[in-house]
Design a protein around this ligand. Structure first.
Ligand code: NAD
Ligand code: TYD
Length: 343
């Protein structure tokens, strides 16, 4: 059986490919990735020589090239991770988010319709539900929570989700969607909170915390997300949405303090800077459905996962040092150079 994994040179897609090839050694995995700034071919170097793996540099918006690859490979399952994924970048330039996240999804699903497919799986996010108030810890996102997005990023992901469900209803395409909370772990691009704070701490650079740092995210170790997707594509019900999260809510400031502690760095590195525009306050997933239907539960506790993650960054300096030595410097200057220190 051949599986297409789009966006497999990115953070979660890369982890998924490593996970999947170990779990299903008889299946073939073809990775489709455009290699944007967020895609790193070195993330896939451990599997490049695996005869069951093929890498194809391709844009999911390139209909002709995508159709050609479907014709050549006839995949049984497509898992779509490919996306522009960073909220701050979407605030600066929304257009590419709409192109890749919505139109790219459309091209993939059109190819699935044309060539036939057992399953199309859309990797979505809890951010499509908007945010929850800090003073209502009793509230969680369920699959029935209305879509109410805040950022251009989450809006583009929500647009794609609507289209996926429309392709199911209109064309009977066998789809599933997973909406996961914030992931952390190896190969995470250092523009996102956890790897950014690790990398800056190691260089004794300021740790830019937006506003008061009281925003809450529900963190999940990336391998637990990979296992959830594996279960959904094989055992999940067609046409269904599954929320994925591990009841691990933490304030940003507590995460950053923990990273300082683990690395033996002073908390004085923490610098409160101008808040993100439209900043979501709290995300919290109710994972009852995936637990009841598929028996999924997270396996990695945050205290272990964060230690493993920090250890990985200490042992894989070359991976992230290569990233931050290039174009990343311009990005960093643009995003943080003018961000005012608020205290
Ligand atoms: P990422 O930014 O690390 O990786 C995205 C990958 O997609 C990169 O390899 C990039 O080169 C590729 N890509 C981008 N545009 C492409 C295009 N047009 N054609 C082909 N490839 C393209 O993202 P991530 O954090 O690994 O997220 C993967 C998916 O999971 C996304 O769809 C995201 O919305 C979703 N998600 C992420 C999180 C999280 O915490 N990171 C949580 C829930 C859901
Ligand atoms: P991020 O990793 O960008 O994920 P998302 O916005 O998709 O949840 O950010 C996680 C939280 O960390 C979010 O509340 C914004 C905050 N944050 C900072 O305080 N400073 C930073 O430099 C970054 C990148 C994020």
């Amino acid at each position: 059986m051949t599986l297409f994994v789009t966006g497999g040179a990115g953070f979660i897609g890369g982890n998924f490919i490593h996970y999947y090839l170990k779990q299903h050694p008889d299946d073939r995995v073809v990775c489709l990735d455009k290699l944007t700034y967020a895609g790193n071919i070195s993330t896939l170097s451990p599997v490049m020589d695996n005869p069951k793996f093929r890498f194809v540099k391709i844009d999911i918006c390139d209909r002709k090239a995508i159709y050609k690859l479907f014709e050549e490979e006839t995949p049984a399952i497509v898992v779509n991770f490919a996306a522009e994924s960073h909220v701050d970048r979407s605030i600066e330039n929304p257009e590419i988010f709409l192109q890749t996240n919505i139109l790219g999804t459309q091209v993939l699903m059109d190819a699935c319709r044309k060539y036939g497919i057992q399953r199309y799986h859309q990797v979505s996010t809890d951010e499509v539900y908007g945010d929850l108030p800090l003073d209502r810890p009793d509230l969680f996102f369920t699959e029935e929570t209305p879509i109410q997005t805040s950022s251009p990023y989450s809006s583009s992901k929500a647009g794609a989700d609507l289209l996926v469900m429309a392709y199911h209803r209109t064309y009977d395409l066998p789809v599933t969607i997973s909406r996961c909370s914030n992931n952390y772990g190896p190969y995470h691009f250092p523009e996102k909170l956890i790897p950014l704070m690790i990398v800056n701490s190691l260089a004794d650079k300021p740790l830019p915390l937006y506003g008061e740092g009281l925003n809450v995210r529900d963190w999940l170790y990336v391998a637990d997300h990979c296992r959830a997707i594996d279960l959904i594509i094989h055992e999940g019900r067609v046409g269904e949405i599954y929320n994925v999260g591990g009841h691990n809510e933490m304030k940003n400031i507590d995460i950053v303090k923990l990273i300082c502690k683990e690395l033996g760095k002073p908390e004085s590195l923490i610098t409160h800077v101008t808040d993100r525009k439209g900043h979501d306050m709290r995300y919290a997933i109710d994972p009852t459905k995936i637990h009841n239907e598929l028996g999924w539960l997270p396996e990695t506790k945050f205290e272990d996962g964060i230690k493993k993650t920090i250890k990985w960054y200490l042992e894989h300096r070359e991976w992230w040092e290569t990233i931050i030595s290039g174009e990343y410097q311009n990005y960093y200057e643009k995003m943080y150079g003018n961000r005012e220190r608020v205290r």
